[in-house]
Design a protein around this ligand. Structure first.
Ligand code: MN
Length: 200
C-alpha cells in the first residue's frame, strides 16, 4: 500500500496569523506530497513496498544500500510532516497541564525553561531540520535532527516537533527563524501532545 498525504485536519488559513495560509498550502500540498511521491517511487517493486513508515525508519540499516538515503529523506519527511500537522491547531497554544505538564516541569524546571531550551535547539539547527521534544526511554529530552531524519530512528518517541526548514516559515518570516519559533507556540495543540505522551 503506497503512502498518501493525510488530509490537513484544519483549513490552510486556520493557523493565521502565526503560520500563513500560503505557507500551509504549499507545505502540505507540495512539500509533503513530494516526500510521499519520492518515498513511493523508491520503494515501488521492492519487498519493502508494503512496510509501515515506522518500520522503515527503524530498519534503515537493513534496507538495500541504494535505498537507505531516499527512504531516510522521503519516508522520514512523510513521517515528520504527518506528525507535525496533528500537533498543531487553531486556537491552541498555552501550556500543557496534567501528566505532561508535570513531566516537563520536573525535567526542565519550568515550562518557560523548556521553551528557552527548545527554542535554542530550533534556532541552533544549522540549515534544514527539526527540533523535538521526545520521550527518550525514561525521561523527556530535547533533540534536533538534520534534514528529514527522525527521532524514531534513534529509538526515541517524538512528542512534538517544529519544522525549521525555510519552506516552513520563509514566506512570512524570511530570515527571522526565531520569530517563527516564538509564533509557533501559539498553535501547538498540547492536548494532542499529551495524548502522544500518554501513549509513549
Ligand atoms: Mn517541512
Amino acid at each position: 500500500m503506497a503512502f498518501s498525504v493525510p488530509p490537513l485536519p484544519y483549513a490552510f488559513d486556520a493557523l493565521e496569523p502565526y503560520i500563513d495560509a500560503q505557507t500551509m498550502e504549499i507545505h502540505h500540498d507540495k512539500h509533503h506530497a513530494a516526500y510521499v511521491n519520492n518515498a513511493n517511487a523508491a520503494l515501488a517493486g521492492t519487498e519493502w513496498a508494503d512496510t509501515s513508515v515506522e518500520k522503515l525508519l527503524t530498519s534503515l540499516d537493513k534496507l538495500p544500500a541504494d535505498k537507505q538515503a531516499p527512504v531516510r529523506n522521503n519516508a522520514g519527511g512523510h513521517y515528520n510532516h504527518s506528525l507535525f500537522w496533528t500537533v498543531l491547531g487553531p486556537g491552541k497554544g498555552g501550556e500543557p497541564s496534567g501528566a505532561l505538564g508535570d513531566a516537563i516541569a520536573a525535567r526542565f524546571g519550568s515550562f518557560g525553561n523548556f521553551q528557552t531550551q527548545f527554542k535554542a535547539a530550533a534556532v541552533g539547527r544549522f540549515g534544514s531540520g527539526w527540533a523535538w521534544l521526545v520521550n527518550d526511554g525514561d525521561e523527556l529530552a530535547i533533540v534536533s535532527t538534520p534534514n528529514q531524519e527522525t527521532p524514531i530512528s534513534d529509538g526515541k518517541t517524538p512528542l512534538v516537533g517544529i519544522d525549521v526548514w525555510e519552506h516552513a516559515y520563509y514566506l512570512k518570516y524570511q530570515n527571522r527563524r526565531p520569530d517563527y519559533v516564538d509564533a509557533w507556540w501559539n498553535v501547538v495543540d498540547w492536548d494532542a501532545v499529551a495524548g502522544r505522551f500518554a501513549a509513549a
